[in-house]
Ligand binder design. Structure first.
Ligand code: FAD
Length: 393
């Protein structure tokens, strides 16, 4: 008699969505039950949030309801995970308990919106709701100074403040009012994208100059004064704004924070870079943004994408022992659409994962120019199709 195995995936985003569909493609519905739990009940292609803010994309173009999972024999459960009872193999949610044989955690990072003041002159694009709100603020701004910054070292998509600078430059040029809008990136990095080394930083610095996007670098955010419209650095420097676009603090989701056995020394989801398991369990796997700080990586969907290949192979191996584990490809690929132009760059993080004191990953640029804008849209369609069992919706 076949004993049905239960695989439970927490999070239907980049990591959870991809690992779920990979597992479904390689397992029979009679032998393996796959449940995916997500509190929002949808999967968004988050790299397109900036496009929503500048009015180029609508939410329906960049996201899908996760009810679509049921078409491919996956059980979607819209619920919030509140804790994990790893000893009894139970996921506890606000709508009930869900037992598992294998558990995959890809809950991403929690965006701490409440840590930023609610103000007409502050916004961001790190979730759908705020991307839509920012769209109104950007279109209403007819003149003044936009500051794009981050409130902490860790935030989703390290290159995105500069990409947004370029998108806004393009948007206000198209509106014919660029000469009335000042755009400035305010960031802890010493130079534009310098965390990726000069191969990346040098061309981006040139683009910033050519597009008249100013910078205040080495600026570590400390606080914001919404009355005086100023952000203040840890050293006490001030930067004034008319509209501040700020990445809110990111933190580990609460159910992970409250499970000591799932936490790494860095305070994020524990995972080993080869096994993707936390030290204490052999039936739990983690991937995506929740493990990025543990591995010393930035938060990017491309990491979750390659981790999903490895985690799926490890779980398949646990289930029937015939799939050899797939080695983790530690490369990050960035396909940017920056309005009038685009580029594809890559970085190999193998050296950095082995030794975090290595100053930057090994990066290169595959190409840049208007044609390379296409890569962003192609990946968006691939991603939403791949998650829901086909190439293109
Ligand atoms: C503006 C922006 C631009 C970006 N650009 C790029 C880019 O160009 N390239 C790139 O590679 N990456 C980019 N990223 C980053 C990328 O989107 C993330 O790294 C990726 O989505 C992480 O995947 P994940 O599965 O770890 O988390 P997510 O995709 O965030 O998914 C986590 C899911 O878990 C769910 N969840 C969380 N907690 C619970 C709970 N307690 N109970 C139930 N469900 C829960 C959430 O609802 C969410 O759906 C960008 C992100 C943003 C915001």
């Amino acid at each position: 008699m076949i004993v049905m195995k239960k695989v439970v995936v927490v999070g239907a985003g980049a990591g959870g969505g991809l690992v779920t569909s990979k597992l479904r493609a390689k397992t029979s519905r009679e032998e393996v039950e796959i449940t995916v739990i997500d509190s929002t009940g949808r999967t968004d292609f988050q790299p397109s949030y900036p496009m929503v803010s500048i009015g180029l994309k609508r939410p329906s173009e960049i996201g899908v309801s996760f009810d679509n999972f049921s078409k491919t024999g996956i059980k979607p459960v819209k619920a919030k995970v509140t804790s994990i009872n790893a000893d009894e193999r139970i996921v506890k949610t606000d709508t009930g308990d869900i037992p598992y044989d294998e558990l995959i955690l890809s809950p991403g990072a929690k965006i701490e919106n409440e840590k930023l003041p609610n103000s007409e002159s502050i916004g961001h694009f790190w979730d759908m709701e705020h991307s839509l709100d920012l769209r109104k603020k950007l279109i209403n701004l007819k003149e003044g100074k936009i500051v794009i910054g981050v409130t902490s070292m860790i935030y989703k998509c390290p290159p995105v403040p500069w990409e947004m600078g370029m998108l806004l430059d393009n948007m206000y040029r198209n509106l014919g009012i660029r000469n009335r809008i000042e755009i400035k990136v305010v960031h802890w990095a010493p130079k534009p994208m310098s965390m990726f080394g000069p191969v990346i930083s040098d061309p981006v610095t040139k683009w910033m100059e050519e597009s008249n996007i100013e910078g205040n670098y080495g600026f570590e955010f400390s606080s914001i004064d919404p009355e005086k419209k100023k952000i203040i650095s840890k050293k006490g420097d001030e930067e004034n704004y008319d509209l501040a676009i700020l990445a809110p603090p990111h933190s580990v989701p609460d159910f992970v924070k409250n499970s000591e056995n799932l936490l790494s020394q860095r305070g994020w989801l524990d995972a080993n870079a080869n096994t993707f398991r936390p030290k204490k369990y052999d039936d739990i796997y983690g991937l995506g943004d929740a493990i990025a700080p543990t591995l010393g990586l930035g938060m990017a969907g491309v990491f979750a994408h390659f981790q999903a290949d490895t985690v799926a192979s490890l779980v398949l191996n646990d289930l029937d022992g015939i799939y050899p584990p797939f080695a983790y490809n530690k490369v990050g690929l960035c396909a940017s659409d920056m309005g009038s132009t685009g580029w594809i760059s890559y970085c190999d993080f193998s050296g950095k994962i082995k030794d975090n004191s290595v100053p930057f990953p090994d990066c290169g640029v595959l190409g840049s120019g208007p044609l390379f804008k296409l890569a962003h849209s192609i990946y968006e369609k691939y991603f939403l199709g791949a998650v829901y069992g086909g190439w293109i919706r």
